[in-house]
Design a protein around this ligand. Sequence first.
Ligand SMILES: Nc1ncnc2c1ncn2[C@@H]1O[C@H](COP(=O)(O)OP(=O)(O)O)[C@@H](O)[C@H]1O
Ligand SMILES: [Mg+2]
Length: 298
Amino acid sequence: MDQASGLRQMVRKKAHDVDGSGKVRKSAQSPFPRVISVTSGKGGVGKTNVVGNLAIALRRLGKRVLILDGDLGLANIDIIFGLNPAYNIKHVISGQKDLSEVIVEGPEEIRVIPAGSGLQELVHLTQGQKLNLLNEFDTLDEDFDIFLIDTGAGISSNIIYFNIAADERIVVATPEPTSITDAYALIKVMFAKYDTKTFKLLVNMVEDAEEAKSVFENLSNAIARFLKGISFEYIGFIPRDGNLEKAVKQQCAVIQRYPESASSRGFSELARRLLASSVNGAHDGNIKFFWRKLMTRQ
Ligand SMILES: Nc1ncnc2c1ncn2[C@@H]1O[C@H](COP(=O)(O)OP(=O)(O)O)[C@@H](O)[C@H]1O
Ligand SMILES: [Mg+2]
């Protein structure tokens, strides 16, 4: 850490310890929110369910969580949270709404920023619009500990940029061969073209821990051989669980509807592991920094 960022961190720590009313707002050890993208090569592997359930599990461990719904697919986070947002980030860009009016509250005080059709517009912002948007994001760093991004699947530029701008990337894969090869393709593009070197793997829809491990080993061997210099960390697995499917049909997160179910326990374990795991590399980001990186890319 250089001197400037050290100082900045100190100042931020102070600001976070106590707010205007004298209430302690934020733990001094974590002055910056962690910005984590949840991504995959192939669609339908469970990203949105991971984001929704992980958010609730983290909340139950005392973390304040903000989600960016960047997945334009059909079954987005609104469905499993039973939300029906009236506005999205487009309305913030156009100046019609403040960010606070666009953010919606999901279960257990989780907050969601719907990206909606605004996603495409992020590419065409003027300098003035970028500054306005960044100012809107200014306050969020103090209000949240974790910023989770549901990126959508594949290697289109929006998805890649979300992943580059995040501090940490959780790649979700299943034991299905195409999911593994597509995960590898995503990691390869991000490394070869954008020099992104740290990835965490979550294996979803497995029979048991052994099956998850073999997916990890498979990918990890290929990465060690062909993509030298990448740090690839196993962060856990979620079992295939009929109750998760049932919960989705009822427009609920499984961890709420069936808290004792195998996948729900998996999400709680994932939240614990994530909090115990370090942020690979220098963690100097925050939510505003994420947006700045995102917009200057484009
Ligand atoms: N652990 C799991 N067990 C059983 N089914 C799952 C599991 N994870 C995901 N699914 C199924 O896959 C579908 C797609 O999940 P979703 O989270 O929408 O994927 P993505 O966001 O990657 O497209 C879900 O509706 C559910 O039916
Ligand atoms: Mg999705």
